[in-house]
Design a binder for this molecule. Structure first.
Ligand code: MTE
Length: 301
């Protein structure tokens, strides 16, 4: 596919911001055609969100496989080869197998989703992702009714990912969702940003985006997806279970043991920018609150 990001982008390649906003307005008009899904409505109600720049989104990252500094992924992720790439889908599925990334892309409908991204560290961005609904990918393999959870695994390749040479994390990076969370129309696999193939540092060639959860749930550079009836233990939950729970829904009322989650700093706003209030479920309450009806969100953090 002519779709692989080779890190040759220069500033001139960045979509001019005005042109991009105009295109978004056109797309917003298409919502009047009766194509409004839950995700479409979420997108429409966010038309006022100010996008972060390409530079913000691609040069301030968390991707510990490349180091713990915010600029490490941008500096080191060029070394990652993402072609060829396969995703194994196994466990409780009708048609387990190893799916070639290009074959997946040929089957999927790519659309734009403008979502807030709220890191558990209390910074946030607004990102124009391109991608497809995770439910469409899972349908390729056919989820069996007994499956209750989805477990995701990142590539393990210490030759190309220098952070994986230190053992304080039990690599590979793992994350998990309940099946109903995974099937929710807001849950996507992102393969692009600003209409360009997703840069390595953001999780090429495909990464999860679950916009109502803290960013660490949105696992990058996925090579394996396993349907299971056991609740997966994610990397952060395994390291610090008191601080990072399985659910990790964005919740301004439940503080992290070491800091407040009531507000957040929008990346790119400058050092002295005012913090903004964090929204319940990161602003997606209307779409997702019903998934957690009757649950104690303090106990299930
Ligand atoms: N996925 C992997 N494999 N490794 C990581 O270190 N960091 C997570 C998440 N996915 C991480 C990961 C965290 S903490 C956040 S906030 C988001 O990726 C950041 O995504 P971004 O760099 O595209 O903004």
């Amino acid at each position: 596919m002519a779709h692989r990001w080779k890190s040759t982008l220069s500033h001139a390649d960045v979509t001019p911001y005005d042109a991009y906003l105009n295109r978004r307005q056109l797309m917003g008009g298409a919502l009047g055609l009766g194509l409004v899904s839950a995700a479409g409505m979420a997108r429409a109600s966010q038309a006022d969100l100010e996008l972060n720049s390409w530079e913000d989104i691609t040069q301030y990252n968390n991707f510990y496989e490349f180091g713990t500094g915010k600029e490490d992924p941008f500096k080191h992720a060029d070394a990652l080869t993402t072609d060829p790439w396969t995703v194994t889908i196994d466990g409780m599925v009708e048609r387990p197998g190893e799916f070639d990334f290009e074959d997946i892309m040929a089957e999927m409908t790519i659309e734009e989703r403008i979502y807030r991204l709220r890191c558990v560290e209390a910074w946030s961005m607004v990102v124009p992702w391109n991608g497809f609904e995770l439910s469409d990918l899972l349908a390729m393999a056919g989820v069996k009714p007994e499956a209750k959870f989805v477990r995701f695994e990142t590539l393990y390749r210490p030759d190309e990912m220098p952070g994986q040479r230190s053992a304080w994390i039990d690599w590979p990076y793992i994350e998990g969702l309940r099946v109903d969370e995974a099937m929710h129309p807001l849950t996507i696999m992102a393969t692009g940003i600003y209409g360009k193939p997703i840069p390595n540092q953001n999780g090429a060639p495909l990464r999860l985006v679950v916009p109502w959860k803290y960013g660490f749930k949105s696992i990058k550079s996925i090579v394996r997806i396993t349907l299971t009836d056991e609740q997966p233990v994610g990397t952060w939950e395994q390291l610090l279970p008191r601080e990072y729970g399985f659910y990790s829904n964005v919740n301004p009322e439940v503080d992290h043991p070491r800091w407040s989650q009531a507000d957040e700093r929008r990346v790119g706003g400058g050092l002295f920018a005012k913090k903004i209030p964090t929204l319940m479920f990161n602003g997606y309450k209307e779409e997702v609150a019903s998934l957690y009806e009757g649950m104690d969100l303090r106990a299930n953090y």
